[in-house]
Write a protein that binds this ligand. Structure first.
Ligand SMILES: C[S@@+](CC[C@H](N)C(=O)[O-])C[C@H]1O[C@@H](n2cnc3c(N)ncnc32)[C@H](O)[C@@H]1O
Length: 379
C-alpha cells in the first residue's frame, strides 16, 4: 500500500493531535473542579481512521486516552462526558471498512469510565451541523468542545461556526489548510477561475462580500483571524500555524468565550512550540528560552505602547496579553525590569504602591473580585 497523508499521520498532524490532547487534558482538569457543570460534550465531527498504518493515533483515540488518563490520575473519577465521533468516509487503510468502524474497533481496548457515553456515526458533515447546534442549545448549562478537522474547506461555513458559539457554552477548534487556501485566495475573486467557487464563497462569508487582497500566507492568516474575531465578538480567537513542509502551512483556529479556556489553549500552544507560540514548525529544532522568544517578538513594544496609552488595570492587561497570544508569565517578564527601575509603578485603587513582585495577572484576579485592583503607571 502506498503511504500518503491519508494512511499515515504526518508530523504536522501529529502536532495538531498533540495540541488538542494537551488542551483537552487541561480542560478536563479545570471543568472537573467546577461543581455546577453537569456534563461535557466533546464532538469530533470529521474524526478519521483512529489509528494509521504507521500506528500513529488520530484524534478520536487521543480523546479517549486523554479521558482515561484523566480518570486514573484523579482518583478514578472524571466529569460526565458525551463523546460524539463522526466520519462518513471509507477507510484508506482497510478495504471494505468504514473509518468509523475502525475507530470503534480501536477504541474497544481503551478503558472507558462508566460515565462516558460514546456515539459513533457516519453522517455527512453538512447534515450533522443542525443536530450539533440543537444539542448545544438544548444542553445550555453543559460545556461543549467541537473539533472540526476537514481535509479541505469546502464544507466549512463561518456562519455555522458562529452559530455554534452563540450560546456562550461552546468552544470550537477548527483546522484549515491555510497554504492551499492562500494560494488560490486572490484568484478566487476572478469570475473566470472555475476552481475557486467554494473558496470564494468562504471568503465572501468571512469578509462580508468585500474583495480582499492577500500578500503572504501570514497576511492571509491574520486577516482570516480578524474576520473570525469580527464575526464572533464575544469570543477570543487564536490561531496556531503548523508547517507541513517548507512553507506549506495548516492552521488551527481556536474559538472560546472563556478567558481561562483561552489562556489554557495558549499554554498548550507554548508547550507544543516554545518558539513564538505561533505554531509548530518543522524547522525549529532547538527550544528557545522564554527570554529569546520575547527578544524577537514585537510584543514588548506593543505592551509598552499599550501601557503608555492611559493607566491600565490588571484585568485589562491580562486580556491584552492573551489577545496578543502571550501568557501572564511573558507579560511579567517584560515588566520586571521596568518595575525594578521604578519606571513602572503598580498601585491599588487607593493609590498604595504594591509590592515589587505583585502583578495580579492571574485569571483569578481578572475573574473573581480581584484581591487588588491595580493600575499600571508608566513614567
Ligand atoms: C483530516 S481527516 C480527519 C483526521 C482526524 N482528525 C485524525 O486526527 O485522524 C478528515 C476526515 O473527514 C472525513 N470527511 C470528509 N468529508 C466528510 C463529510 N462530508 N462528512 C463526514 N466526514 C467527512 C474524511 O473521511 C476524513 O477522515
Amino acid at each position: 500500500m502506498k503511504t500518503s497523508t491519508r494512511t499515515e499521520l504526518l508530523e504536522h498532524s501529529r502536532a495538531k493531535v498533540e495540541l488538542f490532547k494537551t488542551y483537552l487534558s487541561t480542560y478536563l482538569n479545570i471543568i472537573s473542579r467546577v461543581k455546577h457543570i453537569k456534563k461535557i460534550h466533546i464532538y469530533d465531527l470529521l474524526c478519521g481512521e483512529g489509528v494509521y498504518s504507521d500506528n500513529s493515533e488520530g484524534s478520536p483515540i487521543a480523546i479517549l486516552k486523554t479521558i482515561k488518563d484523566h480518570y486514573f490520575s484523579n482518583n478514578k473519577s472524571c466529569p460526565n462526558i458525551d463523546l460524539w465521533l463522526n466520519d462518513n468516509g471509507l477507510s484508506d487503510i482497510e478495504s471494505n471498512k468504514s473509518k468509523i468502524q475502525r475507530v470503534k474497533e480501536h477504541s474497544k481496548d481503551i478503558y472507558k469510565p462508566s460515565n462516558l457515553n460514546i456515539q459513533f456515526t457516519e453522517i455527512d458533515y453538512s447534515k450533522i451541523y443542525k443536530s450539533v447546534l440543537d444539542k448545544v442549545e438544548s444542553f445550555s448549562e453543559d460545556k461543549h468542545i467541537i473539533f472540526i478537522d476537514p481535509h479541505g474547506y469546502k464544507n466549512i461555513k463561518l456562519s455555522q461556526i458562529t452559530q455554534l458559539l452563540n450560546f456562550g457554552n461552546s468552544e470550537v477548534i477548527l483546522f484549515l489548510p491555510l497554504f492551499d487556501m492562500y494560494r488560490f485566495a486572490n484568484k478566487s475573486y476572478d469570475k473566470n477561475f472555475k476552481g475557486g467557487k467554494s473558496l470564494n464563497s468562504f471568503l465572501n462569508d468571512c469578509f462580508y462580500n468585500k474583495q480582499m487582497n492577500f500578500t503572504t500566507v501570514f497576511d492571509f492568516t491574520e486577516k482570516l483571524k480578524g474576520a473570525f474575531v469580527n464575526h464572533n465578538t464575544k469570543c477570543f480567537v487564536d490561531t496556531f500555524l503548523l508547517e507541513k513542509e517548507k512553507s506549506n502551512y495548516y492552521g488551527l483556529f481556536f474559538f472560546t468565550p472563556n478567558a481561562l479556556g483561552f489562556e489554557k489553549m495558549l499554554e498548550a500552544k507554548w508547550k507544543v512550540d516554545t518558539d513564538q507560540g505561533r505554531g509548530f514548525s518543522i524547522r525549529i529544532e532547538n527550544q528557545s528560552s522564554l527570554f529569546q522568544v520575547l527578544e524577537t517578538s514585537s510584543y514588548p513594544t506593543e505592551l509598552i505602547t499599550f501601557l503608555k496609552n492611559g493607566h491600565k488595570t490588571n484585568s485589562e492587561l491580562y486580556i491584552f496579553g492573551l489577545k496578543k497570544g502571550y501568557l501572564p508569565k511573558h507579560t511579567i517578564e517584560i515588566l520586571k525590569p521596568l518595575r525594578k527601575t521604578n519606571k513602572l509603578l503598580v498601585k491599588d485603587l487607593a493609590g498604595i504602591i504594591m509590592p515589587k513582585n505583585g502583578y495580579y495577572l492571574a485569571y483569578e484576579n481578572y475573574k473573581t473580585n480581584p484581591v487588588k485592583i491595580v493600575k499600571y503607571f508608566l513614567n
